[in-house]
Design a protein around this ligand. Structure first.
Ligand SMILES: NC(=O)c1ccc[n+]([C@@H]2O[C@H](COP(=O)([O-])OP(=O)(O)OC[C@H]3O[C@@H](n4cnc5c(N)ncnc54)[C@H](O)[C@@H]3O)[C@@H](O)[C@H]2O)c1
Length: 252
């Protein structure tokens, strides 16, 4: 197969690229290498995954390109079997500071991806990395109980988490949640109307190797990095918040 991975130098995207490359497929890892500047960190971190893929896999073609460039996207999607769309502006904090950039990458960029898939002669299927943020603060309306170390949902219906039918609107979102949800709904619509074959993953917290986490995004990695480097870890709230975590290769 031939696979186009948007955000291919990112954490999830580099693992997706590696997975298909190991199977012997041909991979195009497309990334504009913006993670460092989006999150205000040093440039070396994003180079790391890019160089890792370059040094280890002959069957991965690295393309420095932007999903906002419609023409380029259509060209790279021309003859692929699948597009795994992981590229995004990923931090809630950055989305509040610059909502336009967030919208242009997450909402319009996702629209560009599905349009490229729709126009492609090879009819690629699309997998979209969405987020649990699409549920906004509706989750905060579920009653919780406080134990010594953590909060837990009081209502037994949610003990194993929220279902994908959980309400997504009539609540407060963030610009990041809204832009990712826009992409989510568009992918669903194109799929429902039979324009493309697609799937949406509403991921919670993904963790694993080569996650170059910072305080604003990728907290499992950030806790690890801060601990190893002796940097302080700031606790927001009372530290009893609970998140689901999933190992990146299990997600892939
Ligand atoms: N990691 C998580 O815990 C998590 C949780 C929920 C959802 N997600 C979603 O999963 C996807 C992957 O997340 P990640 O943790 O790998 O993030 P990441 O920041 O490591 O990877 C995203 C990649 O996209 C690239 N990118 C950003 N804007 C681009 C653009 N305009 N054109 C091309 N490339 C661009 C970045 O340079 C980066 O390499 C994202 O869509 C994110 O919203 C991640």
């Amino acid at each position: 197969m031939k696979i186009l991975v948007t955000g291919g130098a990112g954490f999830v995207g580099s693992h997706v690229s590696e997975y298909y490359a190991k199977k012997g497929d041909e991979v195009i890892a497309l990334d504009n290498l913006s993670r460092a500047s989006l999150l205000g960190t040093d440039i070396k971190s994003i180079d790391y995954n890019w160089n890792y893929l370059k040094e280890n896999y002959d069957n991965i073609t690295l393309v420095k390109e932007d999903i906002r460039n419609v023409n380029a996207l259509e060209e790279y999607a021309r003859d692929v079997d699948a597009i795994i769309h992981t590229a995004a502006q990923t931090a809630v904090t950055s989305s509040v500071v610059d909502p336009r950039a967030d919208f242009e990458v997450n909402a319009l960029g996702t629209f560009n991806v599905i349009e490229a898939a729709r126009k492609s002669k090879s009819n690629p299927c699309v997998v979209y990395c969405s987020t649990n943020k699409v549920y906004g603060d509706n989750a905060n309306n579920i009653k919780v109980i406080e134990t010594d170390t953590r909060y837990a949902f009081d209502d037994g219906r949610y003990r194993n988490g929220l279902s994908e039918t959980f309400q997504t609107d009539l609540c407060e979102h963030t610009p990041y949640g809204a832009s990712k949800f826009t992409g989510d709904v568009y992918v669903q619509d194109y799929s429902e109307r039979g324009e493309i074959d697609a799937a949406v993953f509403r991921m919670s917290c993904i963790y694993g190797t080569r996650q170059l986490g910072v305080e604003d995004q990728g907290w499992v990695a950030w806790f690890t990095i801060a601990t190893v480097l002796g940097k302080p870890i700031k606790i927001y709230g009372d530290g009893k918040q609970v998140r689901d975590v999933l190992y990146v290769t299990d997600l892939v």
